[in-house]
Each structure stands twice: as structure tokens, then as C-alpha cells.
Design a binder for this molecule. Sequence first.
Ligand SMILES: Cc1cc2nc3c(=O)[nH]c(=O)nc-3n(C[C@H](O)[C@H](O)[C@H](O)COP(=O)(O)OP(=O)(O)OC[C@H]3O[C@@H](n4cnc5c(N)ncnc54)[C@H](O)[C@@H]3O)c2cc1C
Length: 420
Amino acid sequence: MDYFVEPVRKTPVVNNVDVLVCGGGFAGVAAAVAAARNGASVMLIERYGFLGGLATGALVITTPPLNNGINREIARRLMDWQSYAPNRAKEDSTETEFIDGSDTLLPYDPETMKYEFVRMLLEARVEILFHSYIADTLCTDGHIDGVVIENKAGRSAVRAKFVIDATGDADVAAQSGAPVRTVERPITMMFNMADVDSARALEHLGKWTGLKKFMREAIAKGEIDFDLGVDPDFGAPGIFAADLIHKGQLNIWSGMLYSNQSLDPSQRTRAEIVSRDHAFRMAAFLKKNLPGFENARLEQMSTEVGIRATRNLVGEHTASKKEVVRGEFPDTVARPYLSKDLAVPYRSLLPKGIDNLLVAGRCISADDDIMGRLRLIPVCSATGEAAGVAAAMATAQGISAQAVDVGQLQAQLTEQGVEL
Ligand SMILES: Cc1cc2nc3c(=O)[nH]c(=O)nc-3n(C[C@H](O)[C@H](O)[C@H](O)COP(=O)(O)OP(=O)(O)OC[C@H]3O[C@@H](n4cnc5c(N)ncnc54)[C@H](O)[C@@H]3O)c2cc1C
């Protein structure tokens, strides 16, 4: 390997806050709002120009019910715009198998989500910095002083008393030297089609699950060329949700790309190119060949390919499926659904060896066989909310993440509407 030795340079410190939230997906938004509402000065840094992460940018626009803690508020805000449809259960998805066979994945409108998330942060007086990539952390002797960011203004640093890693990829934990493990999951390019004559399409398909068969037969006959490494049971293209917020609008998953190393930029580039190509050709194929799609159009394609997982924290506790489902941790700080025994302990957010960092969202510390359920949207925000409250408590009391009194944290979460 060839190396370039960079000259030593002075990096300007552009901000100094109590709590720095890295990443603005569901987990980061919940964490920032919770920390700010509990009295901390908070900054949230996000590499894109909008909030929501996968849940907006990757067109993952169906979620299990948002019905506990901060999720309830998010649901209410979306419902005020008629942008969350609790009465519309989706027809078919791969992810339903992860939610106890329940069919309740509910569609929402991603543009309203982006808008309301910014409003929530501004109302809570969170400072937002968009278009800034967290490139490194300033971590010595198990303590993070801040992070280094890169943006159009160059390279700068933000100091913080406490950091929450909500990057989804455990970037901050990994950069700080906390134990993490890499994970491989299939990836998917989502897209929406509009102006579909659903009734006519359903006459032909029977039900929306029939689309999978329709596509599989076309692939077998060589009518459309697909080389994603499609798994017949799990990965074939299909309808993810039908008649979303608007009639005739479909959310389609274009298949699963396997064997992808998502932390490798060149593999990721290939994934973008290959899966966008497949999704585009699939939309054109449907328009040409499936009754009901004659006037349909490709309305929107995911901003980037949907990456389910890259790294997970190996924290103070790696929660097992049995424990999570039983939901009986002494330190439960997230219970995403009112109706389900599904719990996350504080120790799953707590890295080893760093005293002022918590991890929230799809990269917390748990076994692989339960992560499919723990990556779902309501869990990400529930863990974000818990991390935000804990971070505010730690900074107010001048204590480490390890020293947070979990009983006090649970009481505060309960006080603000989380049913633990
Ligand atoms: C194809 C697909 C289908 C899915 N289907 C469903 C479903 O139907 N229902 C469901 O509930 N869940 C589903 N999921 C899972 C769910 O969407 C995610 O697990 C969840 O949205 C993750 O939220 P998060 O906040 O933890 O992470 P993310 O949404 O990934 O947010 C992380 C944020 O951090 C930012 N960021 C990352 N690194 C940096 C950096 N270094 N510097 C600055 N910013 C950074 C990102 O831009 C992003 O905004 C699906 C996922 C995929 C990929």
C-alpha cells in the first residue's frame, strides 16, 4: 500500500456543546430532541441536507406502529398533515417476518417527515449542521473531546462533553476505538411509482404479492435481465406497500443485492450503479408489460441504495433474542411498542472503554438473530430517545455514561411519556 503523510495542521474549533449528535436519522432526531428538552445544549451533524436517514432518503416509508414515547409525537405530527396512514396495512414485505407475523407496517410520507423533523429540532433549540461529514473523532484515554468534520468550508472540529453516535454505521464508536463488529446484510434500492391503476393491476395479479411471481416468471423467461443474486424466498422484487398516502402510488423494492461489502466505497459504488439500473429497468418493464401500469410513471427513486447494516457496536451487553423478546432487563430504557414485549437495555447502547459516548439506532449491541427486529424504525427512535435523556443527565451531573443512574433515567423516560 502506498501512503501519503499529511502535514500536521491546526483545525479550527467551530462549536462547543454539551451533547453532539452524529447523524440525523430517526435515532439521531429522537436523541437530539430528547437531550435538548432535558436541558442540554445540542448540535446535530448530518452529511445530507435533510433529516430522516434511511426512513426518508432511502424511501423506507413503512413502519410498525409509532405508538410509544417520542414515536407517538412523530405519528401525531404526521397525522396532522394526513401523512401517516394507520388504517392502511401493507400487503407484503420481507420485513414483516421480523415483527411477530404482524401485518402492521404503516406507510408515511417522507417529505412531511423531513419537514416535521426539522421543525422538531428547531422547536427544541437544537443547532443543525447539514452537509458536514464526520471524518474523525478526538478521542484520548477513553474520552471523546469532539469530532472532526469535513464540509465545503474545509476541515473543522466540534467540541462536546458527550457524543451520541447515531450514524447507523457506528462510525464514531469505530473511529474512537470502541469494539464493533462488521455485519453483512442484503441491500435494496427502493422506488415509488405513481398513477398506477391499482384495481386493474390487481385484476391481473390477484393480490400485490403476485408481483413477485410476475417478475420471477419474466426473469425465468429471459424477458428481463436480473443479476442481483435474487433469493427466491426472500429477495425477489415485489411491492413493498401499495396505495400509500396517495392512491395509485406504490413503494417497490427492486430486489436484494447480496455479497456486498457496504463499508468498501468501491463495492458501494457498484451497488448504487447495479441496483439503480435494475430498479429503472424494472419500472420500465412494469409500465410496458403489466396491465394497470400503462400510465404509471417512476415517481421517485431512493436517494441512495438502502443499506440495512454495516457495523454493530459490541457494547457492555450484547442482547440476545431471548432476552429482547422476553423484555425483562433490569436496565430497560427502550420499549418501542405498547403492545409488544420487546425491550432494549441501557448496556446495549453503552460502548466499552469510552466514558462519554452512547450509540443509538440500527447499530446497537445485540445478536444478529434479533437485529432484524431491532433495526426497525420505532426501535431506532426509542433507543435515540433513551440515549438523548441519558446524555443530558450525564452532562448536567458531570458524570460518565457508565455512571448514569439507570433508575433515574427510567423515571425520566416514564415522566416524558415512554411506557417502559
Ligand atoms: C431496504 C430497507 C428496507 C427496510 N424496511 C423497513 C421497514 O419496512 N420498516 C422499518 O421500520 N424499518 C425498515 N428498515 C430499517 C430502517 O429503515 C432502518 O434501520 C432505520 O431507518 C435506521 O435509522 P437510524 O437512525 O438508526 O439510521 P439511518 O437512517 O441510517 O441514519 C443515520 C444518519 O446518519 C448520517 N450519517 C451517517 N454517517 C455519517 C457521517 N460519517 N457523518 C455525517 N452523517 C452521517 C446518515 O446520512 C443518516 O442520515 C429497512 C431498511 C432498508 C435498508
